[in-house]
Ligand binder design. Structure first.
Ligand SMILES: Cc1cc2nc3c(=O)[nH]c(=O)nc-3n(C[C@H](O)[C@H](O)[C@H](O)COP(=O)(O)OP(=O)(O)OC[C@H]3O[C@@H](n4cnc5c(N)ncnc54)[C@H](O)[C@@H]3O)c2cc1C
Length: 431
């Protein structure tokens, strides 16, 4: 790829937190032809997926049409399921899209690339636990969130009718599990009967089960303690040291014989690379199913292929494990690739990617926002209240700016702020 960058084509697989930021910003620079591929028609910012599930999503920007974004920012969008990467011909293959009436809605397509960036995200693994696939909900995609919300609403209607609280059991006390629990408590209010004295009658029991001795393993002790306190305030039960061995239609059971009856079980334990990565092409895959990349995010086995976000396994120099699968890391990697891909296309040398850990923040609905931020482990400090909420929202604001550009991003953020769904946001439908 030495010489002029004219007609050099970058194909980005996956328009999630990282891939869409990369496509929008890179196309905005106008130096390279950018093609974005996603199996969905609209972008959904995954850090808000639990809010879709709980029905409390309050942002008008949580979903954006890829075709419209492509038109606004100057990239070509191709809808389709990536099925293979042909390293030798430098082409990616999109599977045919089946039509609803047994016909083919779109035929199989091959898209040539000069550089391909794999940003296909990750999934929650079931670790082979019996019943997870059949009876638990995992929050990987928008349709998972829609499915959860439908079942949640049905359980709440039944609770209101029968007088018996609906029971939700969440396996895993990381950010997804705890934030979902808090938002469900918020959703419960929408089902209170406002006109009777019984309006505060409890309609929902929520239990979080954690395999480790403490909730949110890996988090700083101060943060864990704050979280535990806030979950207690929200009347969310947490049980630690639980080795879940089976999920059934109406209960979650542990290896040691305990049983938690439930109407809905959520499996939110861990994250691995998108399973397609293992069969997509020739990659070195780590023990969590992610593509091993060097310090410039380039695949260890093909200089024309890069990987980023939850699909990539990047171990910074001196670290003993790869970066965590977060939108924060995906976004920083997108910024990096926006700068270096034009250089790479011109055959110029590039600096390695450097990750700056800005901490972690958890938003617990009515119980507020809490987090640890800092510029290095020693300087991390606990934040809560308005400052923490502002810092939490900042991640999405930055995403909006990167995807929509400064002007449109600012307008849409302002629209979000004056939206009537602010405050006790309740959106108990899918679109
Ligand atoms: C409930 C929840 C809350 C979270 N909160 C936070 C938070 O507060 N802060 C934070 O930093 N991180 C958070 N995360 C993690 C964050 O969402 C992910 O780390 C981030 O989205 C990863 O970005 P990505 O671009 O790698 O992948 P994704 O955002 O997952 O995007 C992958 C894209 O690939 C597409 N795709 C997948 N397979 C195919 C295929 N075969 N063909 C075509 N397209 C395909 C998908 O449709 C999707 O658009 C949260 C995650 C969840 C689930």
């Amino acid at each position: 790829m030495a010489g002029s960058t004219a007609h050099k084509r970058i194909v980005i697989l996956g328009g999630g937190s990282g891939g869409l930021e990369l496509a929008s910003q890179l196309a905005g620079k106008g130096e390279l032809e950018v093609v974005l591929v996603d199996r969905e028609l609209a972008h959904l910012w995954k850090p808000r997926l639990h809010e879709f599930a709980a029905g409390t999503v309050s942002s008008s920007l949580a979903e954006m049409s890829f075709y419209m974004l492509g038109h606004l920012r100057g990239f070509r969008f191709e809808q389709g399921e990536v099925s293979a990467l042909d390293h030798d011909r430098r082409e990616i293959v999109l599977a045919a899209i089946p039509g609803k009436d047994g016909t083919t809605a779109a035929r199989e397509r091959r898209i040539p690339y000069d550089v391909c960036v794999v940003a296909l995200g990750g999934v929650v693994p079931d670790f082979g636990t019996t019943g997870v696939k059949e009876f638990a909900v995992r929050l990987d995609t928008k349709s998972d969130a829609d499915h959860f919300r439908d079942r949640f609403i049905a359980a709440m209607i039944e609770a209101r009718e029968s007088g018996e609280p609906a029971e939700v059991v969440i396996v895993g006390s990381g950010a997804t599990g705890t934030e979902l629990a808090a938002h469900l408590r918020r959703s419960e209010r929408g089902f209170f009967d406002q006109s009777t004295a019984e309006r505060r009658r409890k309609l929902l029991g929520i239990t979080i089960l954690e395999a480790a001795p403490e909730i949110m393993p890996g988090a700083e002790p101060e943060l864990r303690q704050q979280l535990a306190e806030r979950l207690r305030r929200l009347d969310i039960k947490t049980v630690t040291d639980v080795n879940v061995s089976r999920i059934e239609v109406d209960a979650v059971s542990s290896k040691s014989g305990e049983r938690w009856p439930c109407d809905l079980a959520v499996w939110a334990a861990g994250l691995v690379g998108n399973p397609i990565l293992k069969r997509l092409g020739r990659f070195e895959i780590d023990n969590r199913g992610r593509i091993v990349v060097d310090q410039t995010l380039r695949s260890s086995l093909d200089e024309h292929v890069y990987a980023m976000g939850d699909a990539a396994s990047l171990t910074p120099p001196g670290a003993d494990k790869p970066l965590p699968p977060t939108a924060q890391a995906a976004s920083q990697q997108a910024d990096y690739l926006v700068e270096v891909l034009p250089l790479i296309a011109r055959g110029e040398p590039v600096e390695p990617f450097r990750y700056a850990d800005k901490g972690r923040i958890v938003s617990l609905g009515r119980a507020g926002t809490v987090g640890m931020i800092g510029f290095g482990k020693k300087d991390d400090f606990l934040i809560h209240g308005h400052f923490a909420t502002a810092a939490y929202n900042a991640l999405q604001r930055q995403h909006q700016w990167r995807v929509l550009g400064r002007l449109r991003g600012t307008v849409s953020i302002a629209a979000d702020m004056i939206s009537p769904t602010k405050g006790p946001a309740l959106k108990l439908h899918g679109d």
